[in-house]
Ligand binder design. Sequence first.
Ligand code: GLU
Length: 468
Amino acid sequence: MTVRTRFAPSPTGYLHVGGARTALYSYLYAHRMGGKYVLRIEDTDLERSTDAAVQAIFDGLSWLGLKEDEGPFYQTRRFDRYKDVIQQMLNAGTAYRCSCTKERLEQLRAEQEARKDKPRYDGHCRHNPPADDSKPFVVRFKNPIGGVVAWDDLILGRIEIANDELDDLIIARTDGSPTYNFCVVVDDYDMQISHVIRGNDHVSNTPKQINILLALGATLPQYGHLPMILGQDGQKLSKRHGAVSVIQYRDEGYLPQALLNYLVRLGWSHGDQEIFSMAEMTQFFDVKDVNKSAAAFDTKKLLWLNHHYIKSSPADEVAKHLEWHMQDQNIALAGGPALARVVAAQAERCDNLRTMAAQSRYFYEEFSDYDAVSADKQLTAQTRAALAALREQLAALADWNAVAIHGAVDAVCKALSLGFGKVAPPLRVAITGSTASPSIDITAELIGKSRVLARIDRALAFIDAKAA
Ligand code: GLU
């Protein structure tokens, strides 16, 4: 059997972390088994689906690097097929027209509620089908009577539902449009989905879908329903808990690999391993090892993973993502150092790329004001002599590199009998605007000689202006 999984988002909002985890698990499982991962956009709810949401889902998936093997398929482009299947079922007698009026159904419901019975269709048209098509009708699925629908959920274990609990589901509305559960069934059938991996908010749909699949003569897929993701407070994860959209994690400076690694561990484990490359995830992931119970989202752990990947990924790769943030913050890169070098210099100090970009602006552009506290402390009459001597030493350097720069700072320390701690901090404030930067020699190298000299001049002028 070829394993075929699918991710089937409804485009009614952004791609949230729960959806991203479903996509990731579907992707990993298919690839682990040498199968295919299908992307299907479930856009039949015309009122709530938007093109912007479709785009947001594509953007989120593409940022994560979860490329579909087949698709994207759109349900709205498959209406003819759904109509054909409805007709086939009518012909085969597995579905029937129901022309019960709204009034009749409301009355039925009121009576059932009064008797404290579960509200459900009473089968009137199942037993007395309308003689012709003259009255408006819906199409209902002839749910089996008696017996159970059962499946061995890959995550939740055996689940059994009595058929008598299930209604004769409407599969086509009076305007002929197919309903949600029906479209899912036809798609899973046509797309030969072997493993349905989805959120456990769909558990109650599964018996309905299984019955229709059986009526179509389909081989049933296996189902695995994923537990919910909760916030740290134990409530269902929502906007209250901060970022929930995948793209917002990009905007906040996370690497896709960090979020993927975080998500794969959210409800699944492989021994006590925490760090997984994509290749390892694909090698080890199995739906049946997913936990039954809900997992709590832990932003601290995600940040820890992010820092891990910022430090350990090839600098060139991190640089591509940093570039996005530099552009997002309108930092013009032309004429500045290679971004990979900035990544290497900043990786230890920054656990997210948004901050790294903000703290790397001075490599590319003049900063406007000094950090007031740093300037008060470091750009003073007492540090003026060291800065002036540094300017002279640095200006004389033939090779502009960290080693030579370090040598120049040492020479000034010696000449003025000052410790490194008295010379480097004023230089740092002079050339970066604050006391937070990577080591001074690399920082100065990356800023470049002419800019460093100009910035020391600016600092000297600043000190003189303060004194005057
Ligand atoms: N479209 C459904 C959703 O976004 C998922 C359907 C499914 O996976 O069967 O919740």
